[in-house]
Design a protein around this ligand. Structure first.
Ligand SMILES: [Zn+2]
Length: 60
């Protein structure tokens, strides 16, 4: 069974982000967060860690 990267609970439905998985409740939480929310930064960092190297942001 998939395990949510944010809450670590097993989840049957939700959002797959490369090698990680975000459950529906966390997905809904993420949608409600604003960019300056510490929880948003937590999610973004987790997602960034899950990205393959090739998907790094194109910053000079
Ligand atoms: Zn979750």
């Amino acid at each position: 069974m998939e395990k949510c990267f944010a809450c670590s609970r097993p989840a049957t439905g939700g959002l797959r982000i490369f090698s990680t998985f975000l459950c529906r409740s966390c997905e809904q939480e993420l949608l409600l967060l604003t960019a300056d929310d510490p929880r948003y930064l937590f999610f973004m960092e987790k997602i960034r860690q899950a990205l393959p190297a090739a998907a790094e942001p194109l910053v000079p």
